[in-house]
Design a protein around this ligand. Structure first.
Ligand code: ADP
Ligand code: MG
Length: 326
């Protein structure tokens, strides 16, 4: 039995379809990433779960209860946006406390809850700072504390890391995952960053053009993509065709990831010319032009192949390579 369930959700803005027949069952304590290119409908779906946007058709249930018609204030969730959305004239402590007002709590209870939430994100020592006196990463941690302070049933995160620089982003990835596990809170995070989704999610919902393309664990969507879109959007992949078309039977096509082709020892693989070599840090990405047997098979199609930087010495002055597919 799913905890949070999105059933047959459609959303149109005038004649434009932003979401088409969306179905997702989310388990309690699950960390779900909505992953897809800009404009595919991720934020719209998150806003529908929050109640900030009405569905055109379909429903949302939490714990078996239909919440489709409930206003946001009656849905018990915490939310974090890409822009930190903190009040600039309030300290970190006051920002987190803001949502607790009007809840019939004593000053002491509020102060204790805020301190607990700020400790969770390791920011208690900076509680009296104003947002302008905090780094981007710290502001986003305040936003997380604010989202968690009400002990919500679920957490909605809309590209919370996109505005941060690379180092801070990786650090906060871990922190968000730890926080999510510690609190055991059902979480839905929107991202357009495949690496973020692969590293953080229990399951990824891959979206494109208002539709769900595939739902699965990071390993499933990476290793068993069900469409060329998913194969190409997550990681890199060579799409290759071979053989002549026979009547109305098209050429055979297949796909292989650059890291699944290896440079083999002389005499044991197919030969190719190295057209281009790009340093990517842990590996080099080579563009290979097939020759001889491989060219008979693939024609002029180029092959992307990754070679670990450990083997970089083999690449020195390399003009030819032999490759085999694993
Ligand atoms: P994403 O978050 O995946 O980038 P969005 O959910 O923000 O995408 O938007 C999906 C599509 O719906 C976009 O083409 C966007 O322009 C459109 N859209 C979103 N909100 C509105 C709105 N209030 N009115 C009209 N179109 C909208
Ligand atoms: Mg968005």
């Amino acid at each position: 039995e799913a905890y949070l369930s999105i059933q047959g959700v459609n959303k149109t803005f005038d004649s434009f379809t932003a979401l088409r027949d969306i179905n997702i069952d989310i388990q309690k304590n699950e960390f779900i990433c909505l992953l897809g290119p800009s404009g595919c409908g991720k934020t719209t779906l998150l806003r529908i779960i929050a109640g900030l946007e009405k569905t055109t058709r379909g429903r949302v249930t939490v714990g078996g209860k239909d919440i489709t018609a409930l206003p946001p204030s009656k849905r018990n969730f915490g939310m974090v946006f890409q822009s930190y959305a903190l009040f600039p004239n309030l300290t970190a402590h006051q920002n987190v406390a803001y949502g607790l007002q009007g809840r019939n709590l004593s000053k002491k209870e509020i102060s204790d809850k805020v301190s607990e939430a700020l400790s969770l994100v390791d920011l208690l020592h900076l509680k009296d700072r104003y947002p302008a006196q905090l780094s981007g990463g710290q502001q986003q941690r305040v936003a997380l504390a604010r989202a968690c302070v009400l002990s919500p049933d679920f957490l909605l995160l809309d590209e919370p890391l996109s505005a941060l620089d690379a180092k801070v982003r990786t650090k906060l990835r871990e922190e968000i995952c730890n926080l999510q596990k510690k609190l055991g809170i059902t979480t839905i995070m929107v991202t357009h960053d495949q690496e973020e989704a692969l590293t953080m999610a229990d399951r990824i919902v891959v979206m494109n053009n208002a539709e769900i393309m595939q739902v699965g664990t990071p390993q499933q969507v990476y290793d068993q993509p069900e469409s060329p879109f998913v194969a190409d959007f997550i990681g890199s992949i060579n799409f290759l065709t071979y053989g002549p078309p026979k009547g109305n039977i098209p050429r055979t096509s297949f796909a292989v990831r650059p890291e699944h082709i290896r440079i083999s020892s002389p005499g044991s693989g197919f030969q190719a010319v190295v057209k281009h070599m790009e340093f990517r840090g842990p590996f080099y990405r080579l563009q290979l032009q097939p020759i001889r047997d491989l060219r008979d098979l693939l024609g002029n199609q180029l092959l992307s192949v990754d070679v670990s930087s450990q083997h970089a010495h083999k690449l020195n002055l390399m003009k030819f390579a032999e490759v085999s597919v694993e």
